[in-house]
Design a protein around this ligand. Structure first.
Ligand code: TRP
Length: 370
């Protein structure tokens, strides 16, 4: 692998991602300052994930806003492949979706693809992915969504509603399209080959345009959906993409629910969080304190700093101080890690409480086929 090489697909992310290159590769649009300002103006508020370009790319976001300004609402959709417990990287698009929902007052659908993860993971049984679907739903609900305007779809539970839409989509995608987009081969199981049509289905649940906040690795599915949409008489889904949460061992790769040591789960205890950060979080610091004081650290490659920037420190002033202090050598790696550990554990303490409460609320959120 050449040094600037990287892979981003829905099932595999590897290497150090160059997001500008990825925009070109995928054919998406960069979120310009102008678009960012426009979102801010219409929303009447700003979000640090926009400001910091955690959401960096889009498809047709301007169209969604044009229509919204004319009084035509959109709806929101995102999802999760339940291959394990939720990790903090998954929360990025969900938190942002909640913000969009509040600002634009729109409906939201959340798809849990227990079938997909059963198809794509050799070692997982369908009962297991389904169990994780319910566990992951708790994390989603814990972020504050309301059942009156938010519904959770579980593929194997809601197939009756999904299937007629998936069938419309499936008829317009042929094997060579899928092979070209995902690199599938003759030994790929046919569940995977059909799967994009199921992930497309929620795009067409309402007679309105959809906006999908999502990790950029999921874009290839919706590139196909967007090609199909006009051919089945539907609006193309609009997308707003976030960067991937780096693995603790970064740089390069994304946090993966199946790599336990390099991933922070929402179910981790404070001790586990502390241990993982101290032991595994890639440091931009110097080999020893004396050198660090003299030369300073590199926050741009430091994973603890990245986590603060991407998720755990929304306050720009506080973040900048950490950046400057670490760069100048005033702050050492141990101190930076201690800040992150505290932030994560504060967040998780509250989140885990809400997550338990969600067990009683989940039924109200589940989409009921009828
Ligand atoms: N395939 C996604 C995953 O593996 C799950 C998913 C389903 C999704 N529908 C989506 C993600 C819509 C983003 C947007 O996590």
């Amino acid at each position: 692998m050449v040094s600037d090489d990287f892979i981003v697909t829905p099932w595999h992310v590897q290497g150090e991602i160059d997001y500008d290159k990825l925009i070109k590769r995928f054919g998406t649009q960069k979120i310009s300052d102008q678009l960012s300002e426009r979102i801010k103006k219409i929303a009447g508020d700003d979000h640090f994930m926009l400001r910091r370009q955690i959401f960096f790319s889009h498809r047709d976001m301007n169209k969604i806003l044009d229509e919204y300004e004319k009084g035509n609402k959109f709806f929101l959709y995102t999802g999760r492949g339940p291959s394990g417990h939720t990790h903090i990287g998954h929360l990025i698009p969900w938190v942002f979706a909640k913000w969009l929902q509040d600002k634009f007052d729109v409906n939201m659908y959340f798809q849990l693809t227990d079938d997909e993860k059963f198809f794509s993971k050799q070692n997982l049984k369908l009962e297991e992915t389904k169990k994780f679907a319910f566990e992951n739903a708790l994390d989603f609900i814990a972020l504050g969504f309301k059942s009156k305007n938010t519904k959770i779809i579980i593929d194997t539970e809601n197939i009756q509603m999904l299937y007629p839409i998936a069938a419309e989509v499936a008829k317009k995608i042929n094997f060579s399209n899928i092979k070209a987009v995902f690199g599938f081969t003759n030994d790929t199981n046919i569940g995977m080959i059909f799967y994009t049509s199921l992930q497309s289905a929620p795009c067409f649940i309402e007679e309105k345009p959809v906006l999908i906040p999502l990790g950029v690795d999921q874009d290839p599915h919706f590139r196909l959906t967007r090609d199909v949409a006009p051919r089945i008489g539907k609006p193309k889904p609009a997308l707003i993409h976030n960067i991937m949460m780096p693995s603790l061992e970064g740089p390069g790769g994304k946090m993966s629910a199946s790599e336990e040591n390099t991933t922070i789960y929402t179910t981790d205890t404070p001790e586990v969080v502390k241990k993982k950060i101290n032991k595994y979080a890639f440091s931009g610091g110097q080999p020893d304190v004396a050198q660090h004081r003299k030369l300073g650290g590199n926050p741009d490659i430091d994973v603890s700093y990245q986590y603060l920037k991407i998720f755990f420190e929304p306050d720009d002033m506080a973040l900048k101080k950490i950046y400057d202090d670490y760069k100048s050598g005033k702050m050492i790696t141990g101190e930076l890690k201690a800040i992150l550990i505290e932030k994560i554990n504060d967040f998780l303490k509250d989140h885990q409480k809400k997550r338990e409460k969600a067990r009683e609320q989940i039924d109200k959120f589940l989409f009921k086929d009828s």
